[in-house]
Write a protein that binds this ligand. Sequence first.
Ligand SMILES: C[S@@+](CC[C@H](N)C(=O)[O-])C[C@H]1O[C@@H](n2cnc3c(N)ncnc32)[C@H](O)[C@@H]1O
Length: 175
Amino acid sequence: MRILTWLTRNDVPTDRRIVDLGCGNGMMLVELAREGFTELTGVDYSESAIDLCKSILSSQSMHDVKLEVADLTGKNIPNSLGKFDIALDKGTYDAISLTPEDAQTSRTAYVRNVAAILENGGLFIITSCNWTEAELVKQFSSAFRRKHTIPTPSFNFGGKTGNVVSSVVFEKLST
Ligand SMILES: C[S@@+](CC[C@H](N)C(=O)[O-])C[C@H]1O[C@@H](n2cnc3c(N)ncnc32)[C@H](O)[C@@H]1O
């Protein structure tokens, strides 16, 4: 898993508060817990995803992972969520971008909410199949600056090189 490799290669301390945004069935959380990360939270707006996540984590005896149902495109993010050092997104911004009604408003709210739950200087690590790195840099520029690009497989087509997936590490700008 590229994200996990990036975190461990960059010696990210295992007590950093990490939130997986749109955690789905929680596989990322399982991998992080296996790697020794201790301050983990998963958020998803789907109650059934959170229920499934709960049962997968408890089957692995991972009882310390916090889970919360929340809409990350809502007007305000619940205070109960707290603040984080690192936020991970794998496919969630992509899903939000496909919202049938007013995807632009949802995307803007998402950027604002992710910034609100991160400490200044905190990291937002996003993996997207929909957006290029340049597009992500532009869309998150109100609150984030690109810190690093995680290498992903590339392809050549018509003399141009592109990436199937973009994986970018952003740093939250000080507010
Ligand atoms: C493509 S799935 C990715 C799941 C997981 N991150 C993974 O890599 O397997 C997108 C996830 O984002 C969640 N999601 C979509 N829109 C959301 C929103 N507005 N707020 C919170 N979660 C959302 C979905 O329920 C789903 O679990």
